[in-house]
Every structure is written in C-alpha cells, then in structure tokens.
Design a protein around this ligand. Structure first.
Ligand SMILES: Nc1ncnc2c1ncn2[C@@H]1O[C@H](COP(=O)(O)OP(=O)(O)OP(=O)(O)O)[C@@H](O)[C@H]1O
Ligand SMILES: [Mg+2]
Length: 271
C-alpha cells in the first residue's frame, strides 16, 4: 500500500517502573506511552526526578520495566533475558552520557573501538580504519592517540559521540549530553547531533535547557513519571537517508574542533 505510515522505530505502551527500597516504593514511571518515528529528534524534558533518565535507561535496554511493553522495531524487548538485552543494545543503540564515560587508559581511537569489543567483533585494520574515520568525522583526526585527560570536555564528548556511532546504531540515546559544557561547546555538540539526525539517525536526548531542546524536532515534557506535554517543532523527514554516517558525513566539525560564531549562526539559521 502506498503512503502507508511507517511503523515507529520504537514504541512504549503504558510503561511502569517502580523501585522497591527497604520501606518505600518509588514510582519512577507511572504509565508512559510514546511512539518514536524513525529519523525524529526528540528532547525529553521535565523537572529533576520526573523519570527522564529512567525512561532513557529502559529505552536503552539497560533495565527492564515493572510492567508495560517496549517494542524496538518489531520486537517486544521489554522482558528479554540479560544476554538478549545486551545483544539488542549493541546492535540497535548508541549511548551518550553527560559525563562522557570514556576509559581513561585508552586513546581516542581505542575508546571508539570499545563497543565493537562488547559486540564480540575482532579488531583489525578495517575496524581501526572505521574508528579513525569516525574520529575524523567529529573533528578529532589530529587527536587519535590522545587520552581523555588530554582533551577538553567538548572533545571528550565528541569521542563519546563517535563511540556511540561505531555500531551504526538505529537510535542514539543521550542523557544531558551538554550538561557539563559551556554554551559555545554545547552548540558544537548540538550541531553535530543535528547533522547526525539529518543523516538519518533517530535521536532521543534528555535536557534541562530550553536552548538545547530547541534544536530538536519534538519536545516531550515529563512530570511525576508521566508525559505532561508533547509538542512538535519540526516535521520528521519523510524518507530519512540511509547508509553509514561514516560515509555520508565525511567531516562535521573543523579539525581543531573550534568553530567560530558564524558557523554556529549559519547552522542555527539552517535548522
Ligand atoms: N536505582 C534507583 N533506585 C531507587 N530509586 C530510583 C533509582 N533510580 C531513580 N530512582 C528514583 O526514580 C525517580 C526518577 O528518577 P530519574 O533518575 O529518572 O529522574 P530524572 O528525571 O532523570 O531526574 P534528573 O533531572 O535529576 O536527572 C526519582 O524519584 C529517583 O529518586
Ligand atoms: Mg536524569
């Protein structure tokens, strides 16, 4: 059938997550139903404690819900066993965290390689080449052998983004990716995420800041473990480009990583 609406890439139905502590039960999510379209860019907002990270962790298969359903593609992944969950995670999902979570003893390229190891892949000249091209794509081609300590916060977050892309994931989950960065560096990271979204990646990002959320196509606000509002700023592209980002996005940021304000203004007027 033509003009058929595409199935969402991810869908949660009446998702509930409770934490049972010694004497109290905390309801982190109290019945969340949301659909995420392929190629969308969603900002999850809401006060501290409203359940944003809990939802992101469930979407990332890092945890299981107390009740409800989670469909990733066609599969209900809500109650999979640990091994299956980690398999799904390494094939479908890329993570970016506020505190970068890089391994201090590894170089830039080695950090980007880590998810391949978890996936059980063998590292060879070809995987190395791929990691180098991802490092180049995020503007770190001249920092390949640096360790995290030798990089700025924005550069470390760019390594984390390259690492999130190494498995060519369907969905990128980002929990406050600019939370530790100044506003200019935050804009660089948001430009990078915007380019990845234009290249077809579905992005779900938690943020506290309206400025950061305004880069997204859709803003979902949570309160007390429920969806409070759901607004669309920009349409979802009808036919998101497919293909590996390492091929379609040769280099998003300048090699030294520093953009001037005109680049950022151009990108903002472009969105
Ligand atoms: N592992 C846990 N054990 C017990 N309670 C938890 C756990 N993780 C989260 N919670 C509780 O669940 C609720 C939602 O937490 P969550 O981390 O999802 O909030 P958040 O919206 O991400 O907040 P923030 O903006 O501060 O990061 C909070 O009340 C929190 O205390
Ligand atoms: Mg959180």
């Amino acid at each position: 059938m033509q003009n058929r609406i595409k199935a969402p890439i991810a869908r949660v139905v009446d998702l509930v997550k409770r934490y049972y502590l010694e004497s109290v039960t905390v309801s982190a999510l109290s019945g969340v139903s949301l659909e995420f379209a392929e190629g969308d860019f969603i900002a999850l907002m809401g006060p501290s404690g409203s359940g944003k990270s809990t939802l992101l962790n469930l979407l990332g298969c890092l945890d299981r819900p107390t009740s409800g359903e989670y469909y990733l593609g066609h599969d209900n992944v809500a109650y999979m066993e640990d091994d299956d969950l980690s398999d799904v995670r390494s094939r479908y999902i890329g993570f970016i965290f506020q505190s970068y979570n890089l391994l201090a003893q590894y170089t830039v390229v080695e950090n980007i390689e880590v998810p391949l190891l978890y996936q059980g892949a063998r590292l060879n000249a070809k995987t190395r080449e791929r990691c180098i091209s991802l490092a180049e794509m995020v503007g770190l081609g001249n920092r390949l052998d640096h360790r995290p300590m030798q990089l700025s916060g924005g550069q470390q977050q760019r390594v984390a983004i390259a690492r999130a892309l190494v498995n060519d994931p369907h969905v990128i989950l980002a929990d406050e990716p600019t939370g530790n960065l100044d506003s200019k560096t935050s804009d660089e990271i948001m430009m990078l995420l915007t380019e990845l979204n234009k290249a077809g990646k579905t992005i779900i990002m938690v943020t506290h800041e309206n400025d950061i959320a305004s880069w997204a196509r859709r803003v979902v606000r949570m309160r007390d473990g429920r969806v409070e509002s759901d607004e669309r700023n920009k349409p979802v592209p009808l036919a998101p480009p497919t293909g590996d980002v390492a091929d379609v996005l040769p280099q998003v940021l300048a090699a030294d990583g520093m953009l001037d304000q005109t680049d950022i203004a151009d990108a903002e007027s472009d969105r």
